[in-house]
Design a protein around this ligand. Sequence first.
Ligand code: ADP
Ligand code: MG
Length: 279
Amino acid sequence: MIEIRDFSFRYREGREPAVRDVSLSIPDGCFVGVTGPAGSGKSTLTYAVNGIIPHCYPGDFYGAVTVDGLDTVEASLTDVSRLVGSVCQDIDSQMVNAVVEDEILYGLENFAVPRDEIPARVDEALSSMGIADLRDRTIDSLSGGQKQKVAVASVIALKPRVLVLDEPTAELDPASSVAVFELLARYAREHGTTVIVVEQKIALLSDYADLLVIVDDGAIRYAGAPDEVLAHSEELLALGVNCPRSTTLMNALARRGLYDGPAVRNVAQAAAACKEVLA
Ligand code: ADP
Ligand code: MG
């Protein structure tokens, strides 16, 4: 669904490329988690997929990025936006209406969705995110978690094939973070949507991602199934990516030959693995 080939990008104001020689193939329906230190190029990578680069940020673009066969450089931003829905990091700047329902209608009207389809699209988007009861609320009155769900609902109402979210849970508590991922994953599964989510919390990401990508200094350091990537917890820690302590502990036991199962990502899995080892 998404092919990134030898992609490098230097912002016009940047001295060095923000992203260098990145290649990645993302199959249709894949849930991709992207993490890495601040300033490593995660957002830049998402801009290449949703067309913000090069359509909004000028600079030196090398390589090619295609989404469902559409070259994001050659296509217009409007055409890329029909395929790729984005929830940017600063949702307050993304949301332009005062009331939840209007925010969802706004995108549908902008994309000229036929009038008779609109009510069903709004209902479906609200119920997919579990926020049917928020329809008439003002956005100002919502909690961070509720706002995040509205931002996602307004994008999925457009039925994009690909959904890109940049740090959707940065301002949320752990319970709301899980709730957002849970709704997102279920929606993606039911609709076959390809999802790319940038997220600091690697354990949370690993619970949902099919493909986990670690970006460091503008390059992809690791890309694979979460278990495979988490097996490198020591190297990740050196890059400044915090793995759960349960992961680090079990990987340390694995290095000493005391454990040979897959990488764990929470205390419950570590406890179960220890029980098995000690049995
Ligand atoms: P991340 O999302 O991982 O924090 P970014 O993709 O935002 O990283 O940034 C990667 C690099 O590109 C950083 O060095 C950052 O300073 C630089 N950068 C980001 N946006 C711009 C911009 N609009 N102009 C110039 N440099 C930028
Ligand atoms: Mg960023």
